[in-house]
Ligand binder design. Structure first.
Ligand code: TYM
Length: 336
């Protein structure tokens, strides 16, 4: 059986960008394919500790998994939910892949450059985190890794490491499909990058200070609607999907498509030629408000105990699969 795999760090509350760019696409894919594929959803808690953690890590971990359920994830025997640090093979494979990865390629990772920029010193974990991510994926032979556009470079790194390893030591790893095919599998025309509402040239990020630039999943839904109403647009007075020249309007069209589960092309057609941005904003604000209201209601009904039960089964499965793959790797490099 093929495997779909993804993870979201549990450092803080998530943004609408995480939700629409990663969580919701994963839930939709999982529900569509979990009859014929393994669906691995894990919390990369070792990735969390490379940076500051807002609040309590344990609570954040539980909340992250609750988000998938509140977003509509349907469970069955092919859906596996686990914590990265409960499967020691991840760290071990990371070390072995460190010896295959090159300093140059790791230094080129945009996320590393962004996260280390302007800092006097930066921990080695920030530098090495894409290699750990490659281990997360390769241990489970996952071909499909639904993620937002900012993580695409890490998929390419994973593919390069897997191919280099296979060339040197024999065919051990399944190489995940190229990002262009990942996008096709996700059913979207391009990578999703939800933009900052005030400064749409940038991606929406939890670390941006201005409150109105981002929507957090625990925002009061009505307040979230107001943030959409105050989003930066342009003075061209023509609704058109053009991320380069009209990023603000294009971002609203993208949000509308994902929130209402409508193909982006259909949303673009519906609004083509509209000159009043206020009308579009009102519709997106209403749909985001409704989505958040429903999401938060479902979230409040999920108990902590039910998540611990999922971890128990998921971690048993993950350790089984990951240790078998690790042993294959250890044998290939001569450690066993
Ligand atoms: P993380 O936790 O930074 O981000 C989680 C997911 O959210 C997506 N995302 C966005 N998508 C669209 N628009 C935005 N504004 C936006 N902001 C964030 C990210 O692309 C990501 O998919 N290294 C990963 C976690 C990870 C992982 C893995 C993922 C570790 N191991 C293995 C997949 C497979 C990370 O730091 O994501």
């Amino acid at each position: 059986m093929k495997t779909i795999l993804t993870g979201i760090r549990a450092n803080s509350e998530l943004t609408l960008g995480n939700y629409l760019g990663a969580l919701l696409p994963m839930v939709r894919l999982a529900n569509k394919h979990s009859n014929e594929m393994n669906v691995n959803i894990f919390v990369p808690d070792l990735h969390s500790i490379i940076a500051e953690i807002d609040g309590d890590l344990q609570k954040n971990i539980l909340r992250t998994i609750k988000y998938y359920l509140a977003a509509g994830l349907e469970l069955n025997e092919n859906v596996h939910i686990y914590r990265q640090s409960y499967v020691p093979a991840h760290s071990e494979l990371c070390w072995i892949l460190n010896c295959v990865a090159l300093m140059g390629e790791a230094s080129r990772m945009t996320q590393f450059k962004e996260k280390s920029e302007g800092r006097d010193s930066c921990n080695v974990g920030i530098f090495d985190y894409p290699v750990l991510m490659a281990a997360d994926i390769l241990l489970y032979s996952a071909e499909y890794v639904p993620i937002g556009e900012d993580q695409f470079q890490h998929i390419e790194l994973t593919r390069n490491l897997a191919t280099r390893f296979n060339n040197k030591y024999g065919e051990v790893f399944v190489v995940p499909v190229k990002t262009a095919e990942q996008v096709k599998f996700m059913g979207i025309s391009d990578g999703v990058r939800i933009r900052d509402l005030l400064n749409p040239e940038k991606k929406m990020s939890k670390s941006t200070l201005a409150e109105n630039s981002k929507i957090m999943l625990d925002d009061d839904p009505a307040k979230a609607g107001k943030k959409i109403m105050s989003a930066t647009t342009d003075s061209l007075a023509k609704v058109k999907f053009d991320m380069f020249n009209q990023p603000g309007i294009s971002n609203l069209l993208q949000i509308e498509a994902l929130v209402t589960d409508t193909p982006l092309q259909d949303v673009i057609m519906t609004w083509a030629g509209e000159t009043r941005y206020g009308e579009l904003k009102k519709k997106v604000a209403e749909d985001v408000t409704r989505m958040l209201t429903d999401f938060q209601a479902r979230l409040s009904r999920i108990r902590d105990e039910s998540i611990y039960e999922l971890f128990e089964d998921g971690e048993e499965y993950a350790n089984h699969v990951a240790s078998a793959k690790l042993l294959e790797v250890q044998k290939a490099v001569g450690l066993r």
